[in-house]
Design a protein around this ligand. Sequence first.
Ligand SMILES: Nc1ncnc2c1ncn2[C@@H]1O[C@H](COP(=O)(O)OP(=O)(O)OP(=O)(O)O)[C@@H](O)[C@H]1O
Ligand SMILES: [Mg+2]
Length: 370
Amino acid sequence: MSAVTIDNVMKTYGDVVAVDSLTLEINNKEFVVLLGPSGCGKTTTLNMIAGLDVPTSGHIRFDGESVEHLPPEKRDISMVFQSIALYPHKSVYENIAFPLRMARGPKREIDSRVRSAAGLLRIEALLDRKPHQLSGGQRQRVALGRAVVRDPSVFLFDEPLSALDAKLRVDMRVEIKKLHERLGATFVYVTHDQVEALTMADRIAVIDGGRLQQYATPDEIYQRPANLIVAKFVGSPSMNFVPGRLIESAGKWRFAGEGLEVSLPEGLLDDPHRSGRSELILGIRPERAALGGTADGTGWVYATEPVGSDLFVDVTFDGPDTIDPRLFKIRTRPDLRLRSGEQVAVTLPLEHLYFFEPDGRRLWPRDGAA
Ligand SMILES: Nc1ncnc2c1ncn2[C@@H]1O[C@H](COP(=O)(O)OP(=O)(O)OP(=O)(O)O)[C@@H](O)[C@H]1O
Ligand SMILES: [Mg+2]
């Protein structure tokens, strides 16, 4: 068993700060996803957990014990990478057995462990084949088999699915999740794919520019993004953002953005820590905004994007003929028929509104509020 602690870790390469004051507690048997855009420091973080890279400062601990001085082979970990490095001339069986042969395990035990790993990944029938006789998904299963066979307490994954086609990725996502359930090991999984993160993780660490933005359950990350960076990165299509300002009208405060005006949720303005600036950014997810209704704004249909189960309507508030409009996406029923340029009412339910400060911090919903 292993809990992994990343304690105030910095990693710099010359002038480049790859990982910046990162602190994360990963519980024993937890499935944690490190999520963030390219170059945000995910692989660097994983490599420091693995022992392939050394922190510039800070500590990595396994079950409370500092491991910075331990080489990878002494850390009881297995790593699975994006590029699947199988030995082309070895059979699937020998590929899976390889780490055990290196460790000079007894033959009978090697055989039983290889077969049990193959069973777990449903590749028993492929054990005699060579890698070139396998599909991409099967090769990825063999790579997983090779990681599983050593029975480590921590599994480290670096974008293991990104080379697979979309359909296979969806299947393997479920496989890896089930693997975690069956193995009862700690999983640290790196991806820039927010859907992978949301579907698999117990907790997601959103990283941007080497810094931790939020560390929470998928539900919390989606429902209560800590800031604009997280709100933009998680959710597809992304949350809509409308910059605007607070205005007073008939003794009441309202928010006015481009083409929209909404009343404010009860309690939004009594934050003693707010400096009183009037600029804010309104956010609302495409599935929470609605066409028709009481109309908090009037826009024009710019384009429609049917995706089978839903229809995404791109609305612009910039006028019917704008060439480069800002788009506001609304998810709606797939059978709705709309013409480009058609005028539509847009309603933003108060209970689904987010507000962000100009510096990106979420102001509403307030932490601790229901
Ligand atoms: N050996 C190195 N020397 C110099 N800079 C490096 C080195 N390794 C990584 N970096 C830089 O550190 C930053 C983080 O890199 P890292 O590989 O951790 O990103 P990542 O989140 O894994 O990105 P990706 O999703 O593209 O794999 C990047 O700016 C990268 O250019
Ligand atoms: Mg990487």
